[in-house]
Write a protein that binds this ligand. Structure first.
Ligand SMILES: NC(=O)c1ccc[n+]([C@@H]2O[C@H](COP(=O)([O-])OP(=O)(O)OC[C@H]3O[C@@H](n4cnc5c(N)ncnc54)[C@H](O)[C@@H]3O)[C@@H](O)[C@H]2O)c1
Length: 333
């Protein structure tokens, strides 16, 4: 039995507690939150879970094996460090830390103490991303040309981070998981309209082999859009996460260039074949991820969404911050 302590029961914490509570072989022993109203909400649903307001009561407890950190980003490093220092496995929310230097320190400490450090990159556990990964790995799309995602809605404004640090970890972790190569350089532009934090931003990531990615993240959109296009040499894919059925559509469409010897002789031919929509697994992504965390702890196995993956995402986020400050300067990774 893995005995869990959870720190942070605000917006996302209830999902973490519910999913670990429902994971066989895991027991949520205690929940910590500095806000008494949050603890009241826990007590109402889980009367047997121990409650506390000081994180040290979780990170140093002798009856806790693993800690989930579900607090704002600025607190992740301190809390994960406390937990790893006290021999606890750690499941930490995205993004892993506020700086790449902090992420590196957590990765080293977890390695030194032989503990699992896993980052909640929830989207890579969705049926949609798992299916896209399978299609990419089986070369159904062919050599990849571009990754293009739009993740926009009205709010929820975060107080300590801009829209990139809030929303882009999802797309960056999906890209990190799906694409066969890592980006070489990043450009980010954006603007803040309500406080000092950018609420609208555009990120471009450059890869080798002419692969390019573009992410559009926005807290000021009147409508919610969650659409990703993945274009390949053989086929193109559209993932609309707001669709209840047929979230993914694969188009057998493409472009071929013939007679390229002379630019005036160029013959462009467009191929337009069938479209199909694969069946996706329906299970809740977070439930699958909590099960995977428990399996990794039990089997002493390094997760693919480990501290190193978390570090890669934070490094890209840091690069966007440097580029933003310099109005879209190219930043090498
Ligand atoms: N994986 C996802 O899809 C997803 C979705 C939403 C949020 N998140 C992540 O979850 C984390 C929390 O986000 P949220 O929206 O729930 O924030 P929130 O502000 O709603 O909740 C955070 C809670 O942590 C408590 N807290 C803060 N510092 C604490 C401390 N030192 N000790 C004890 N309690 C403390 C606060 O009182 C609050 O109740 C963030 O890292 C965010 O990026 C992930």
């Amino acid at each position: 039995m893995i005995r869990m302590g959870v720190i942070g029961y605000g917006y996302w914490g209830p999902n973490i507690v519910r999913n670990f509570h429902n994971t066989e072989g895991v027991k949520v022993v205690a929940v910590c939150d500095g806000n008494p109203a949050s603890l009241k909400r826990v007590a109402k649903i889980y009367p047997t879970i121990r409650l506390c307001s000081d994180s040290r009561e979780i990170t140093t407890a002798t009856d806790i094996d693993a800690v989930a950190v579900v607090t704002p980003v600025s607190t992740h490093f301190e809390l994960a460090w406390q937990a790893l220092s006290n021999g606890k496995h750690v499941f930490v929310e995205k993004p892993l830390t506020a700086t790449a230097a902090e992420a590196e320190k957590l990765v080293s400490l977890a390695q030194k103490n032989r503990l699992i450090l896993m980052v909640d990159h929830t989207f890579v556990f969705t049926g949609a991303v798992r299916k896209i990964k399978q299609l990419v790995d089986e070369d159904v799309l062919g050599a990849l040309y571009y990754y293009d995602s739009t993740r926009v809605n009205l709010g929820l404004f975060q107080h300590d981070i801009n829209v990139i640090w809030d929303l882009a970890p999802h797309d960056l972790s999906i890209m990190d998981h799906l694409l066969p190569i890592k980006p070489e350089a990043i450009v980010a532009t954006g603007a803040s309209h309500l406080n000092d934090m950018e609420d609208v931003a555009y990120i471009t990531a450059y890869f080798a082999d002419n692969l390019i990615a573009h992410l559009n993240v926005n807290w000021l959109s009147p409508v919610k859009v969650r659409t990703t296009l993945l274009g390949g040499e053989k086929r193109m894919l559209v993932w609309n996460d707001l669709e209840s059925d047929e979230k993914i559509k694969i188009y057998d469409k493409g472009v071929e260039i013939k007679n390229a010897e002379n630019v005036y002789d160029l013959l462009v031919s467009y191929r337009s074949g069938d479209m199909w929509s694969p069946r996706l697994e329906q299970k809740e992504a977070l439930g699958r991820e909590c099960r995977y965390f428990a399996d990794c702890v039990e089997d002493n196995q390094t997760p693919f969404n480990d501290g190193e993956a978390g570090y890669r995402i934070v490094k890209m986020l840091e690069a966007t911050s440097v580029s933003l400050k310099n109005r879209g300067k190219l930043v090498y990774l």
